[in-house]
Design a protein around this ligand. Structure first.
Ligand SMILES: Nc1ncnc2c1ncn2[C@@H]1O[C@H](COP(=O)(O)OP(=O)(O)OP(=O)(O)O)[C@@H](O)[C@H]1O
Ligand SMILES: [Mg+2]
Length: 287
């Protein structure tokens, strides 16, 4: 049995049909149309936050106006962009739970004029309970993000490693979905649930949602298994796997300690190169 057959046997789902290029639309650089993109995979530690931060930073470096919305109670994106989450008086939790708190009230500046963050902190866990009985609970984020579209070219949403009311809100609010997948044997575990959720959201809350691409992450080119797995991912996801591969890199792992994206911490590193390539690929696909 080949590795492709093994995947099909284990995960039982053919790859979705859209190709990355088809999904992205026809907008040129610095398009006037804002794009809301959810970075999601319910598997923990596969590089969602690293991708959300560094892709946002690279697009900001290219001149795009970018907002990163931290929708994870772990608040790693907020911390990594220098927000002191313990001192926050208002966060994305307040935007979701209180209609009188507009998004612009919680947005923080960062090192770059082009990059802003809507931070989170551990209070956001309460949203899971608070939102349960709210009418239209799946579309609160969509309604709150709507007015921000005018001020940004890209709005990225960094999601927690789960499929819950927060992640449904993110999918309902988004034009595109970016899925970081770690290049390792069990990386496809749970992908069926993710695609089922995406299909459900598309058929009910957000028919316009498209898969922008799947990004291979934490790729260790030194091991044969990683290389086999990357080939298998390419085969399995066909046109959906983006060409850019994010390699395993010690500088990418270190940058959060200094609260910096990789292009500031180590601008000429492999990690900086990888994320700049990803930003280029994403913007090129939109042309
Ligand atoms: N390409 C990489 N090379 C080396 N380390 C990386 C790379 N990408 C991410 N990491 C490190 O791996 C860990 C997990 O990455 P990250 O926090 O981005 O994953 P995540 O999917 O957001 O996790 P969670 O599911 O907990 O939100 C972090 O310590 C991060 O610094
Ligand atoms: Mg994360």
């Amino acid at each position: 049995m080949g590795i492709k057959d093994l995947f099909l046997k284990l995960y039982g789902r053919p790859a979705p049909k859209e190709s990355a290029g088809e999904c992205l639309g026809q907008h040129g650089k610095k398009t006037s149309k804002s794009r809301i993109v959810t970075v999601m995979n319910q598997k923990g530690g596969c590089g969602k936050t690293t991708t959300a931060i560094n892709l946002s930073a690279c697009l900001a470096e290219m001149g795009y106006r970018v907002l990163l919305v931290d929708l994870d109670p772990q608040a790693h994106a907020s911390l990594n962009l220098g927000v002191d989450t313990h001192k926050l008086r208002k966060s994305i939790y307040h935007v979701l739970s209180r209609p009188d708190v507009p998004l612009h009230e919680i947005i923080h500046d960062t090192y770059s004029e082009n990059l802003k963050i809507a931070p989170s902190n551990s209070f956001l866990s309460s949203a899971l309970v608070d939102l349960v009985n709210r009418v239209g609970r799946e579309e609160i984020l969509k309604n709150r993000l709507g007015p921000a579209r005018a001020g940004f070219d890209y709005i990225f949403i960094d999601c927690p490693p789960s499929l819950n009311i927060l992640t449904i809100n993110a999918l309902a609010a988004s034009d595109g979905l970016l899925i970081p997948v770690q290049v390792q044997y069990f990386s496809l575990e749970g992908m069926n649930d993710l695609f089922t959720t995406v299909d459900l959201v598309k058929s009910t809350l957000n028919p316009g949602l498209s898969i922008m691409g799947i990004v291979p992450t934490l790729f260790d080119k030194r091991t044969k298994l990683s290389r086999i797995m990357l080939d298998a991912l390419k085969d399995y996801f066909k046109g959906q796997l983006l060409n850019t591969v994010i390699s395993l890199s010690s500088t990418l792992a270190e940058a959060p300690i200094y609260r910096k994206p990789i292009i500031l911490y180590c601008p000429n590193s492999k990690g900086a190169h990888d994320y700049r390539s990803l930003a280029e690929e994403i913007t090129q696909n939109e042309r």
